[in-house]
Design a protein around this ligand. Structure first.
Ligand code: CMP
Length: 134
């Protein structure tokens, strides 16, 4: 099934100018980038975006981090895009990520893990609407 999913290149990767290299990995793996923009969000916006994690002990830090610098938000499209993107990103903790995945290549820590990707169809719709409303 052709799906759309939201991808974020996080502040650590934007700061290291890894945007183009990461985009190439998506394209080389058969995902199209139908929309892309660089934005800087407020801590309040990050708190809304990550609301699903609000009970987690790392929530505060997570929201502070996502709003700490520019990010690149993208809509990725393709066959099974949601799962495919998660495979391309690798495990949340770069230490556990498989060889060749974005987080293995570029992730620094569980917080600075370079990319975010929607984890379900429902969240993909919500997350795309969050950044690309029209
Ligand atoms: P992401 O895919 O953006 O979704 C939530 C983020 O929380 C996750 O990537 C990590 O960067 C961050 N995070 C920090 N600590 C943890 C943790 N203990 N378990 C899972 N995610 C964590």
């Amino acid at each position: 099934m052709i799906e759309k999913t939201l991808s974020i290149i996080k502040p650590d990767a934007v700061e290291r100018e890894l945007g183009d290299s990461i985009k190439k990995i998506f394209l080389n793996n058969g995902l199209n980038i139908s929309k892309s923009k660089k934005v800087k969000i407020t801590k309040q916006e990050a708190s809304e975006f990550y609301k699903v994690h609000e009970t987690k002990p790392f929530y505060e830090e997570l929201c502070a981090y996502l709003s700490s610098g520019p990010i690149i938000v993208m809509i990725l499209e393709g066959e099974n895009a949601i799962l495919k993107n998660r495979e391309i990103m690798g495990a949340t903790n770069p230490k556990d990520a498989a060889e060749g995945t974005i987080r293995k290549l570029y992730g620094i820590s569980i917080d600075k893990n370079s990319v975010h990707g929607s984890d379900s169809l429902d969240n993909a719709t919500k997350e795309i609407n969050f950044f690309f409303k029209n």
